[in-house]
Unconditional design. Structure first.
Length: 326
């Protein structure tokens, strides 16, 4: 992990944000010039900026990731989403220790992707209603969110409807993904999580992302591998500022930034910022009436809704290959 001086500076950025002149675009561009051996401090500062947006200032997610994407990838074809002119949410006592414990566990490969995701989402439990309201306001600034959320809590998809779809259709592809891998149709139980009790639009958004996550894997071109689960988290953030994806990516980018092996951070930025850019440049998918598209081939659905599949800069199963070799 990192020494006390670097930890103190990291923690200060998570609390207060980057100091003037150290914006994400500058940091990302400097790291892009030499991804393997770029300054360790730049890696930590950029990861800290991601964590600041995830936990202290969710309305800054868009500006932070837009700037980082421009510094790393170049031009971004999406309208700017401006942060609110308000102070960051104070971090609760003990929160940063809990965050660093999770980063340490993730960095030492003590958990699989599902556990990292669950524990990352659990960090949101440290915060109260002020943070939740900031998340709601941030979400509503993204294109298409307000219109989609006005539809109300989406009715459940059914396995029976998907199973009846013809081979070669989106509905059948979705059914096969769920059935062949033993997945749950909505990833997690919306009722057990109490999503309907959340404030608007989180009630809709958190239900919809559980319902559509695996469907977006298919239609947006993400494999169900560890690397592409990271990439699709960037995509979900780019689509509507998904708070739990932001928390998850704050953890994994910090673990990579703090690692003594520097090359992994550049690889991670390729997929995280590639997924973010893809999400920002793809027309909003939240409000698509998927039930009407079940019997259409995926190429037809992509053409209809202008969804270009994700172009992965690395083999989708790269992490699985590395684990097998180890």
């Amino acid at each position: 992990m990192i020494d006390a001086a670097h930890r103190n500076r990291f923690d200060a950025v998570v609390r207060d944000g980057l100091t003037p002149g150290a914006d994400p675009a500058v940091l990302a561009a400097r790291l892009r010039a030499d991804p393997a051996t770029g300054p360790a401090e730049d890696r930590l500062l950029l990861a800290a900026a991601f964590a600041h947006a995830a936990f202290a200032a969710p309305d800054r997610i868009a500006a932070t990731y837009d700037q980082a994407a421009r510094g790393w990838l170049g031009a971004l074809d999406a309208a700017a989403i401006r942060p609110h002119d308000v102070l960051p949410v104070p971090l609760p006592d003990g929160f940063l220790d809990a965050f660093w414990q999770l980063v340490s566990d993730a960095g030492q490969n003590r958990m699989d992707a599902i556990e990292i995701t669950t524990r990352s989402a659990g960090l949101g439990g440290w915060f109260g209603s002020e943070h939740q309201q900031r998340v709601c306001a941030a979400n509503l600034a993204y294109p298409g969110v307000a219109q989609a959320a006005r539809q109300g809590i989406p009715p459940r998809f059914t396995v029976e409807a998907l199973a009846a779809c013809d081979p070669g259709t989106v509905g059948n592809d979705f059914y096969r993904l769920i059935a062949d891998n033993g997945f749950d149709l909505e990833v997690l139980d919306r009722d057990a999580l109490g999503l309907s009790a959340l404030p608007h639009p989180l009630d809709y958004l958190n239900t919809r992302v559980l319902q559509c996550h695996d469907l977006w894997h298919i239609t947006a071109g993400y494999h169900t591998t560890a690397l592409h689960e990271i990439a699709i988290s960037g995509f979900q953030m780019g689509q509507f500022g998904h708070a739990y994806s932001a928390m998850f990516l704050a953890v994994v980018t910090t673990a990579a930034a703090a690692s003594p092996v520097p090359g992994g951070f550049g690889l991670l930025l390729d997929v995280v910022l590639g997924g973010w850019k893809h999400g920002r440049e793809t027309p909003p998918m939240l409000g698509i009436g998927w039930e009407e598209a079940w019997n259409s081939p995926v190429d037809v659905v992509r053409a209809r809704f202008r969804i270009a599949p994700f172009q992965s800069p690395w083999p989708a199963d790269l992490i699985e290959q590395a684990r097998a070799a180890a």
